[in-house]
Design a protein around this ligand. Structure first.
Ligand code: HEM
Length: 154
């Protein structure tokens, strides 16, 4: 077994956790929470969910570039030798990272403040904005995975 196989495995697991977690949050938990919980309970639930999920997102955010760079060197001899889709993957990683950091650094503290103040309308507004950013990140992540899985030869 070369060094490539464990790097590839970790890379895939990190992508799976990040994108799969967003898929579950957006497609399953969000509509279920709207149906079952009133605003205060829903906002408290999301605050708790983000706190737990973001620990794993941070792990994925670190593991993806480290393993990706390792594969880049082990498999393609560096950035210049890599196919175009790998370059696109790196670019989209930066976009996904920026969107994640926006939630983590700006929107999550806003949500926490609204929940602590029991200001449910304000909390609902922040949650709506977080939902849109997560929706964008989920779409980018799924498009990225589809692109890389097809390994286009352009
Ligand atoms: C700096 C960031 C990244 C680098 C340097 C990087 C690099 C790489 C490399 C070199 C490969 C192997 C390509 C091949 O076998 O031809 C790969 C595969 C893959 N990457 Fe990334 N990657 C990065 C970010 C991401 C992100 C953010 C995701 C998804 C959220 C992702 C998902 C995948 C997947 C699913 C594969 C496997 C595709 C397949 O074998 O079918 N990567 N990556």
């Amino acid at each position: 077994m070369t060094v490539y196989a464990p790097l590839y495995t970790l890379h895939l697991l990190a992508a799976l956790i990040w994108v799969g977690g967003m898929f579950f949050a957006w497609m399953i938990l969000r509509p279920a929470a709207v149906e079952v919980l009133d605003a205060p309970a829903r906002l408290r639930l999301w605050l708790n969910v983000f706190k737990r999920f973001f620990v794993w997102v941070w792990a994925a955010v670190l593991v993806l570039p480290v393993t990706g760079m390792g594969m880049l060197h082990a498999g393609y001899g560096g950035f210049d030798g890599a196919p175009r889709y790998v370059h696109i993957m790196m670019g989209l990683y930066l976009v996904m990272l920026a969107l994640f950091l926006r939630i983590q650094a700006l929107q999550l503290p806003e949500l926490r403040r609204a929940v602590e103040a029991e200001d449910w309308p304000a909390g609902g507004q922040v949650l709506g904005r977080i939902r849109r950013v997560v929706g964008s990140n989920l779409s980018i992540g799924m498009a990225l995975i589809a692109l890389v899985a097809m390994r286009p030869s352009f």
